[in-house]
Design a protein around this ligand. Structure first.
Ligand SMILES: C[S@@+](CC[C@H](N)C(=O)[O-])C[C@H]1O[C@@H](n2cnc3c(N)ncnc32)[C@H](O)[C@@H]1O
Length: 292
């Protein structure tokens, strides 16, 4: 029988949202199996978030135990594939939180010696964030030569980012603000211009399983930390801070913050935007390399 490593078991404890020790064990066993199948480090996420995403699916499929649901998924690989693609929440939009983009733009234009730009959109969903940056750089004449990379663990999202095709969700929907001149109507949505598509690249990557490259001028990691447990948040933010060049910017989601930023060599510019101090790396006791 599959079971969780004892040291990690507390992270999966869900007694508050399962109704008996048997159902807790049933759930834990299912999660251990799913973690192995998906390759995702499910321990990094808030357990109730994972539970809330999976429980309705099991109920809709009409199974009363997680064990029965696992057996069903084992013989229906397409259902399992679909479930995995939906396990992470790949929702995004162009210029999400516009007032924060304005602050980002001001800070980018005040960056010394930073043309062209090396920017990484970590957990980029369908690429909207990276394309927004490409537009912003294009308008200020900084797009040419910039290195813009997006990554996400969700393969479907990465495919959408590469295709750069987006659908309207309402009949009366118009092109998102800021995309005029950069998109063309296609089917019941729009596709971004070749100019933007050729300026960016995307790859499927799990932030908890792959090492980071370094020396970024700008890293986006927006609206992922909120789904992670505290330990995983700390671990991820520390690695992101280390991947910035001195003076580089870290842009988090509207409600996300770094606790004790100075310990990571970061200075808070405003709410969720941080700058790495212009000091030698040796002055900060950052852990080097990839850590789990
Ligand atoms: C809510 S979306 C945020 C998208 C975009 N950053 C934004 O703020 O609009 C969260 C994204 O994190 C991705 N994600 C979740 N866990 C991840 C992991 N371990 N490694 C890489 N991406 C991950 C999901 O697939 C999803 O696309």
């Amino acid at each position: 029988m599959l079971s969780l490593p004892p040291t990690l078991k507390t992270n999966y404890t869900v007694a508050t949202f399962t109704d008996s020790p048997q159902s807790t064990a049933d759930w834990e066993c299912f999660l251990a199996w799913l973690a192995a199948e998906s390759g995702l480090d499910l321990l990094a996420y808030k357990p109730h978030q994972i539970y809330q995403r999976l429980a309705p699916r099991r109920q809709m499929a009409d199974f009363t135990t997680w064990t029965d649901y696992r057996r069903h998924l084992q013989v229906h690989p397409n259902v399992l594939k679909h479930l995995m693609q939906n396990l992470t929440i790949s929702v995004s939009s162009f210029f999400r939180d516009p007032e924060l983009w304005e602050i980002l733009e001001q800070n980018l234009s005040s960056q010394p010696g930073s043309t062209p730009l090396r920017a990484w959109s970590a957990a980029c969903a369908g690429g909207q964030e990276l394309y927004s940056l490409a537009i912003l750089l294009d308008r200020s004449g900084r797009l040419a030569g910039s290195e813009l990379i997006g990554s996400d663990c969700n393969g479907q999202s990465i495919n959408q980012a590469i295709r750069a095709e987006y659908r309207f969700t309402r009949l009366d929907e118009d092109l998102p603000e800021g995309l005029r001149g950069y998109a063309q109507a296609r089917n019941s949505g729009y596709v971004l211009s070749e100019r933007l598509r050729s300026a960016v690249s995307f790859r499927q990557e799990d932030l908890f399983r792959q090492p980071f490259s370094g020396n970024w001028d700008l890293i986006f990691c927006r609206n992922l930390l909120i789904y992670l447990n505290e330990q995983a948040q700390t671990r991820l933010v520390r690695r992101l801070a280390q991947a910035l060049r001195p003076g580089g910017l870290l842009f988090l989601g509207r409600s996300e913050r770094v606790s004790l930023p100075s310990r990571l060599g970061l200075v808070q510019i405003v709410s969720c935007l941080y700058r790495r101090k212009e000091l030698l790396q040796a002055e900060f006791p950052l852990h080097s390399g990839y850590q789990t």
